[in-house]
Design a protein around this ligand. Sequence first.
Ligand SMILES: [Zn+2]
Length: 417
Amino acid sequence: MLIKTLLNKVERFKSFVYGTVCVTLVGGTEALVIDIVPRRNSGPICPECGKRRTVYDRQPQRLFEYVPVWSFKVYFRYAPRRVKCPEHGVKVEFLPWSYGKERMTISYQVFLSRWAKRLSWKETAVIFETSWDTVFRAVKFVVDYGLTHRSLEGVTEIGVDEISVFKGHKYLTLVYQINAGARRLIWSGPERKAKTLLRFFQEFGPERSAKLKFVCSDMWAAYLKVIARKAPQSLNILDRFHIMRKFNEAIDEIRRGEVKEFKANGQENVLERKRWLLLKRPENLSEKQTARMDELLKLNLASIKGYLLREDFQRFWEYQRSDFAGKFLDNWVTRTLQTDLEPMKKVARMLRKHKPLILNWFKAKGELSSGAVEGMNLKAKLTMRKAYGFRTLKCLQIALYHELGKLPEPEYLHRFC
Ligand SMILES: [Zn+2]
């Protein structure tokens, strides 16, 4: 029968063969059901030790959902045997197409998870006429498999980042590998406390931690302390992305203060819908935005002063030598402290305090890509946006590993999609 021939091409089991194929009602809908029978003379395998043992008894038939064809749902039907293992007692046999009590086959889980990478989980569920929860379980299975089977060898450069999740002030700490050609999310944990990052180092292990060359991070004191303690040989770098983010936070704070003042004085709000103009780099603005920005620059606003201070500081990153860069930084700090822009002064004081770690950037120059952490951060935010429907932090973490973890999948599978 043709279906069996096709199946043998995509999924062949050593100790089992395909039996009869029929169309029958499953849950009120017509579906393709394929029986599976053990090959003659092949005993069941103990799931604990992987050894062939004798049959103890047979359980009732079960359905295992497989990859659908022509909008028909497809199921394998099999009555699992129980093995009698002298070491492990009576157990349900190992089945090569499914794990544990799961009703989905491994192939179907990988199939769904691949689609869930391209579409949102919700869309995936709608297209394959299944539930959000099923898609979640499939992704979780593939992620768990990947986390267990991935290799963390060769991780010598990492970036520690945090993203705020779910409205309010909840954070997720993310650790990326940022080696050239091997960028991926390697760890995530709730909150951004010292103990959060300590947990990462604990799981990462002292041996691997000792091999770290560069650690890019924010100037968050909790992180700095832990990095100094757990990877003292590494160069801790306060990188461009994290520092420039502080500038943007300051500009945003100044802008909000000014808008409030306009309102209180009954003035026209000239900053309305100008937030992104102020936060973007001028070279990233469109022609139209540039024209609007030029208009804004003519006004004598605190937000503009902050903006100009930031743009001035960008020159810092172009220095080749760290001593010159250091002088520039001192000079910028002095000038900024003479202004009346409190949020910017806060940035200046922060820069002064962390000058050595910031100058570490120049020691790693040429070896480290300035965009690595920023690129990963952007992808993480995109995943979060795609992820409406993620009700818990755990779900979000799984989605992030799924999208950014570059995790290995079960290998022997046919590529359906
Ligand atoms: Zn056993």
